[in-house]
Design a protein around this ligand. Structure first.
Ligand code: FAD
Length: 485
């Protein structure tokens, strides 16, 4: 049995692990850095800056060699971590070898949280293999049941063609992880016209139509039909932003989407004894509404559980209620010289008023980069202030064909009912929501090409009082970009 030695050891070839390894190689190119990855391919990101804090990411799967060629001091070991001996600072691997480290960073991501026991008809979407499996099953499929209401489920429902989709969501509106009921209403027509591009992307739309709806509501108001606030409580690498491009397969159904609101999947059942139902389905699901639905297969996209097993037995690592490894403001775990980043960890520091954790690729990258800086600073004994990216939540993505930028407390997170929201909507073009408290902007949700991201980022970070503007903050006649310059 061989034991390797290195200054820095990183486990996980996803966005967090690779960002950490690249940054360490940049900080200390002459040190020995080892990246342990379960697969031969790793995820490399390129970030395009959108605002000071928000970046649009391009994620690429590259071979380990491509990565190590560009990163001095970095070596790749293809194996799985099986056990951590934190006392002797040794990590044991699946191939029987082990690595003695100076500092270790755990970036092992998460695995799908399945709502059901393992069943061949249930697929959990997480990595390339699970998407390939989905494509394979899609060909002959007539009906698919999708469970979950986050980004993955939303994009799947939007992307799957020629197959009937029954979308089971426990909320009262679609895509509730990212958007509120008002924005969901804006998105709904996109589900009905899934083969068309959004109006904002249509080159013939030179001058956007004027907003047809503008309104203001307070979070404690009862829900209104005009976009008012609803319920306030709202082992491969995870895929990168381009994962949907793999999903080019079409099914054998008619392409209808049925949304089952405020419903969850209760259990799988045998074929019901219904004389009116002549169709045979490979699997039947019973919903909490009492309805039973037959389908070809079920896709579970209900979030992830952090991968922490190999590291917890016999160590002092502590886990958060959501299963993530607790880390302090230097990404340090409770074990000496052991750090964690990305989906595998949970923050255990006093969070800035406008930042919170969401297991997204933007945060995996930020945490990976910052963990590397912390590991190096700690080893060299130099002080390091917490990275500015943890000052405010910022995320850029696409949702149902629209650009989506989320800033600060974009859904009134942590504010309870103590906030007011201003909304501007031009159907098919843009949906803007600004969250205000005490006359100051706390968050913003920008759907479509609004060009307002820098302005609202500045207003959230500066906490400038904008109460004198009243509802004009979102008036199309007021050029707020110039106003706040
Ligand atoms: P991962 O990418 O999961 O990487 C973990 C790595 O650790 C993998 O290489 C794995 O092989 C390795 N590993 C695990 N255990 C071991 C072990 N014991 N030994 C060695 N190696 C191990 N985020 C967004 O921001 N926007 C989206 O629209 C979005 N859509 C998504 C769609 C899908 C289908 C999925 C699955 C995720 C999506 N996410 C999205 C989430 C995002 O992909 C993750 O938050 C992010 O990739 C997490 O990165 P990570 O490096 O922490 O973990």
């Amino acid at each position: 049995m061989t034991t390797d030695t290195c200054t820095y050891l990183i486990v996980g070839g996803g966005i967090a692990g690779v960002s950490c390894a690249q940054q360490l190689s940049f900080e200390e190119p002459s040190e020995d850095i080892v990246l342990v990855s379960a697969g031969s391919m790793v995820l490399q990101t390129t970030a395009v800056q959108v605002t000071r804090l928000a970046h649009e990411l391009q994620v690429q799967e590259v071979s380990g060699h491509q990565l190590t060629d560009l990163c001095p001091g970095l070596r790749l070991k293809q194996a799985t971590a099986t056990r951590l001996d934190a006392k002797d600072k040794v990590l044991h691997l699946s191939d029987g070898s082990s690595v003695r480290y100076g500092r270790l960073c755990i970036c092992t991501g998460g695995r799908p949280r399945l709502p059901l026991p393992d069943h061949p008809a249930v697929i959990g979407i997480r990595d390339g293999h699970s998407v390939d499996e989905l494509v394979r099953r899609l060909g002959p499929a007539r009906r698919v049941l999708i469970v979950g209401n986050g980004g993955i489920a939303s994009e799947l429902v939007f992307t799957l063609k020629d197959v009937d989709v029954t979308w089971v969501i426990r909320d009262g509106s679609i895509s509730a992880t990212f958007v509120d009921p008002g924005a969901a209403e804006f998105l709904l027509p996109r589900l009905e016209s899934r083969d068309q591009q959004p109006a904002a992307a249509d080159a013939t739309v030179a001058v956007p139509a004027p907003p047809s709806k503008r309104w203001r509501y307070h979070a404690s108001d009862p829900p209104s039909s005009e976009g008012g606030q609803g319920d306030p409580s709202v082992p491969g690498s995870a895929l990168g932003p381009d994962w949907l491009q793999r999903l080019q397969a079409r099914g054998a159904g008619k392409g209808r989407v049925t949304v089952k609101y405020k419903t969850e999947l209760r259990r799988l059942v045998n074929r019901p004894n219904d004389p009116n139902d002549s169709e045979q389905w490979p699997v039947y699901a019973e919903l909490t509404s009492g309805e039973t639905i037959g389908c070809d297969f079920i896709v579970s996209a209900t979030g992830v559980l952090p991968n922490t097993e190999p590291f917890t037995e016999g160590t002092s690592l502590r886990l958060a209620a959501d299963g993530g490894i607790l880390v302090d403001d230097h990404m340090r775990t409770h074990e000496t010289d052991v750090y964690a980043a990305g989906d595998a960890c949970s923050p255990d520091w006093e969070l800035a008023p406008h930042w919170f954790q969401m297991r997204l690729w933007s945060q995996a990258r930020q945490m990976g980069l910052y963990a590397a800086k912390c590991m190096s600073a700690d080893r060299l004994g130099v002080p390091l202030l917490q990275d500015f990216c943890f000052e405010m939540f910022a995320h850029v993505t696409r949702l149902l064909g629209h650009k989506l930028i989320l800033l600060g407390l974009f859904n009134g997170q942590r504010l309870g009912t103590d906030y007011t929201a201003l909304i501007r909507m031009t159907p098919g073009v843009e949906f803007i929501k600004v969250v205000l408290r005490d006359g100051k902007v706390q968050g913003a949700l920008l759907l479509g090409d609004t060009d307002l991201e820098e302005t609202f980022e500045n207003l959230i970070l500066s906490q400038m009082d904008v109460s004198h503007l009243g509802d004009d903050l979102l008036s199309p006649d007021v050029d707020i970009e110039d106003y706040f310059d």
